[in-house]
Design a protein around this ligand. Structure first.
Ligand code: S6P
Ligand code: ZN
Length: 187
């Protein structure tokens, strides 16, 4: 395909739309197998209507070498067995940096390089930087949808198996008494 021509993209910070828009996807609870610590709670949630946990809307910029695709992720509020709703998380097989910009709601960016885990609070106006080689997962720690813009190199690729094998080092749990961040070491 020939290189793109310059163009503007209008994004809806408050509704998660991109115009013009490229591919979109919805991830339901059943798509998150093996990710929540409490497998029984996950099975129950799948049986109880298999809710949509998050959506991803992309701009028309393709995931191709030297291009710079963007997408808006919206994670709905909730928890499964006390663990906040979250994205699957992935590594970029070709390690390259990525940035996230918080747009709405209250969330966090969990980063894991296989050795060290880090947690960044992300809210509207905050940019989270993901260095090359750090697996990343987003978490909604609030009571409304959490939404962010991601900008990433088109040749980075996505490896979801890495997280299933290595975990993410930390988990974000709803505190027993109040709905605040509870990032704890994995059991
Ligand atoms: C892509 C970027 C995001 C995620 C999206 C969904 O590199 O990190 O657009 O794809 O937040 O998360 P996941 O882990 O299901 O791809
Ligand atoms: Zn990524």
């Amino acid at each position: 395909t020939p290189p793109l021509q310059p163009f503007a993209i209008r994004f809806g910070a408050d509704n998660g739309t991109l115009e013009p828009q490229g591919p979109t996807l919805q991830r339901r609870m059943s798509d998150l197998e093996g990710l929540f610590a409490d497998r029984r709670a996950w099975e129950q949630a799948v049986a109880d209507g298999d809710p949509v946990v998050y959506t991803v809307v992309s701009s028309p910029v393709p995931e191709a070498a030297r291009e710079l695709p963007q997408s808006i992720t919206t994670i709905f509020p909730g928890d499964t067995g006390g663990e906040f709703w979250m994205t699957k998380g992935h590594q970029h097989p070709d390690p390259q940096g990525e940035i996230y910009l918080g747009l709405e709601g209250r969330g966090g960016l969990l980063l894991f390089d296989g050795d060290r885990a880090e947690w960044l609070d992300i809210s509207p106006g905050v940019i989270g930087y993901i260095p090359p080689g750090w697996a990343h997962r987003s978490v909604n720690v609030g009571d409304e949808p959490y939404r962010f813009l991601a900008v990433y190199p088109g040749s980075a690729g996505h490896d979801y198996g890495w997280v299933l094998t290595h975990g993410m080092g930390l988990r974000a749990r709803r505190a027993e008494t109040e709905a605040t961040v509870g990032a704890e070491t994995e059991a």
